[in-house]
Write a protein that binds this ligand. Sequence first.
Ligand code: A4P
Ligand code: MG
Length: 192
Amino acid sequence: MNETAYIGLGSNIGDRERHLAEAVRRIGAVGGVRVRRTSSLYDTEPVGGPPQPPFLNAAVEVETAMRPERLLAALRSIEEAMGRVRGERDGPRVIDLDILLFGDRVAGSESLTVPHPRLLERRFALEPLAEIAPGAVHPVAKRTAAELLEMLGAGRAGAVVRRRARAARHGDTDGEWGAGPASCGPKEGNAR
Ligand code: A4P
Ligand code: MG
């Protein structure tokens, strides 16, 4: 059965926009994963960690028949293929791919917690999510993404500095950041 999942993307090293676009392309190239929507890009202040450059954040909606652990493994392969070196927690990174929601599943283990445990506190994740899926329900908080964003208020934590690009549907070819057919490129990151 196909389920809808939401992936949060973040980058704060090098050409951040290119990294996010490349990650979306690679997610769409994973066998059994279809990218349905991409959010705008958000320039955000870093939250936590050492002093570091601002992030570019976004979210994508995917449809998949994979189990959450399998999807996470695919995302880890993409992070590695894109040169992510795991250093300090919350430190700077070329690309970070987190599963924000996976259908209405609630799961907690060391390797995978869904919904993402820090989603409710983080505007940099919640705002792009609410843009593409305002009605998506957080299965623990029992609130929609739009409600959760409103509840977060105007606090500075995870503040979104600037929204950059208009929302682009994946597969659009009008030059938006996430453009390009989901099926292009080699299949990869599908650790079966
Ligand atoms: N893990 C458990 N659940 C999940 C999940 N739902 N999705 C495990 C992804 N991974 C999950 O992740 C650490 C461990 O979490 C992994 O072993 C995975 O199995 P990581 O990506 O290796 O390390 P990390 O990213 O440094 O830690 P984490 O916990 O993912 O940090 P966050 O919460 O992603 O925060 N500020 C701004 N403005 N924008 C950002 O994107 N990101 C962070 C990192 C800090 N500050 C930021 C941003
Ligand atoms: Mg992460």
